[in-house]
Design a protein around this ligand. Structure first.
Ligand code: LAG
Ligand code: CA
Length: 452
């Protein structure tokens, strides 16, 4: 079955993790639209339990669109502003569960709740109690039933097999669609049978892009491929393997990166270097890796496997730390300094979004590697990237780009705008070759969208 992969030429998603709605709106206008991002993925917008940690957003208490990130009116205005800037909006939708605190209380927007009691939404009969492991928690990922019917870290697990629950969930998603939302990242998808997701999707008022979070686990009974009939699926092996190639193996091995590595079919895969969970859990490259992180993102944005998401973080020194917030834990406006990392604005990353757009549909050609950490490839006739992650500069050599002759902006080191380049210019000769020196741990990228 065909997945509803992002269509059109602007496929890149920016995950503006925990940004508030006014900040997302202004970023759509000032950066995401102009740089060519196709989508923004926002953090969960529904009412959640109160407190400081970022992960409170993953504990819904009602489906009111009112959270530390803003009001319903601000959310609506953000969607409209992003659309006007040519950027579509994907919502992180938490539909497997409600809150996890054993004690109830009052949610962010004032709704009272208890564990398994959410007035107006769900009562105790709407939740699973798997009767295992003492507290209903998932322990054994080798047991399909347990993964889908027990509780993920004590979070009240919805009976997604029930028509009532499905209708409530579809009601929430349809409300978001009525606000103009374009798609959903379905949180904790592995913890819901694919058929339950299909049934919920079947109740939606119109079509929407869907990407499901199903973390691959070797040998587990629930596999990401089960979910491709519903839409895209996150390929978690991608970021881990990419980190390993950069950290301890060889970039040369990337020449067949993708399906040949046992991954999901490219048309169903959603990929990222890191996301908000993996950047905390380790084993991937993150903003802390600086230049190496930029190079990994450049590779992802140039390489035609899956649909890429660029992470945009707030900096953190402990796992639970929430985003910059006021005394009431209301999220502050994003500044891109003092606490906000804004990787999606880094020159290399932001400029490679336009490379991705300009090279859609072009196959990989002219692969080169030195057997180790220096690689190069073109996207036939549209663009060329070479990464030198050796500890030494590579000088005095030429590269066969196979591009039309002319002068191109090296978008790794310069910005292209209004027909001019703020950095070095690469000249491709009439045979498709160019000469360049590449520093250690550096890259050069050119594409037909940034031709002088
Ligand atoms: C996800 N995908 O499947 C999210 O990407 C991930 O960030 C969510 O976990 C998880 N599923 C549930 O939506 C996050 C934090 C957890 C946090 C949970 C609920 O990574 O650490 O659990 O959200 O807020 C926290 C505590 C747990 C506690 C639980 C319930 O860490 O110890 O049991 O809250 O109170
Ligand atoms: Ca479940």
């Amino acid at each position: 079955p065909a997945a509803a992969a992002p269509s059109g030429t602007k496929k890149v998603i920016a995950q503006l993790f925990e940004w508030n709605w006014p900040s997302v709106a202004s970023e759509c206008t000032s950066v995401l639209g102009p740089k060519g991002y196709g989508y923004v993925q926002v953090s969960p917008p529904q009412e959640h339990v109160k407190g400081n940690p970022w992960w409170l957003a993953y504990q819904p208490v009602s489906y009111r669109v009112e959270s530390r990130k803003g009001t319903r009116a601000q959310f609506q205005s953000m969607v409209n502003t992003c659309h006007a800037a040519g950027v579509k909006v994907i919502v992180d939708a938490v539909i497997n569960h409600m809150s996890g605190q054993d004690n109830g209380g009052t949610g962010w927007a004032g709704s009272s709740y208890g564990h398994y009691d959410y007035p107006g939404s769900y009562q105790t009969q709407d939740f699973h109690h798997c009767g295992r492991n003492g507290g209903d928690d998932i322990v054994n990922y080798n047991d399909r039933y347990e993964v889908q019917n027990c509780e993920l870290v004590n979070l009240a697990d919805l009976r997604t097999e029930s028509d009532y629950v499905r209708s409530k969930l579809a009601g929430y998603l349809n409300d978001l669609l009525s606000l103009g939302v374009d798609g959903f990242r379905l949180d904790a998808s592995k913890h819901m049978p694919a058929a339950d997701i299909a049934a919920i999707k079947g109740k939606l008022s119109r079509s929407a892009y869907v990407v499901q979070e199903v973390i691959y686990g070797a040998g587990e009974p629930i596999q990401p491929t089960e979910y491709t009939g519903n839409g895209d699926v996150h390929e978690f092996r991608y970021g881990k393997d990419l980190a390993r190639m950069f950290n301890s193996e060889r970039l040369a091995y990337l020449r067949n990166f993708g399906e040949a590595w046992g991954y999901l079919p490219t048309g169903s895969a959603a990929v990222f270097v890191d996301n908000h969970d993996t950047q905390r859990d380790g084993g991937v490259l993150t903003y802390r890796n600086g230049g190496t992180y930029a190079l990994a993102n450049a590779f992802m944005l140039a390489w035609p496997y899956g649909s890429p998401t660029v992470m945009s973080s707030f900096t953190f020194s402990s796992r639970d730390q929430g985003p910059p917030s006021d005394a009431d834990n209301k999220t502050l406006n994003t500044t891109c300094y003092s606490g906000w990392q804004c990787e999606h604005r880094w020159r290399v990353i932001a400029n490679m979004v336009a490379f991705n757009n300009a090279t859609q549909g072009a196959a990989v050609a002219n692969w080169y590697d030195n057997g180790y950490q220096h690689i190069a490839f073109s996207r036939a006739g549209k663009g060329y990237l070479t990464i030198n992650d050796e500890d030494f500069a590579v000088t005095g050599r030429s590269y066969y780009a196979g591009l039309p002759a002319g002068r191109y902006c090296d978008v790794i080191h310069g910005d292209f705008s209004n027909g001019s380049c703020s950095g070095p210019v690469i000249t491709v000769d009439s045979s498709g070759w160019f000469a360049a020196n590449i520093n250690a741990h550096d890259a050069v990228a050119v594409h037909i969208g940034a031709k002088l």
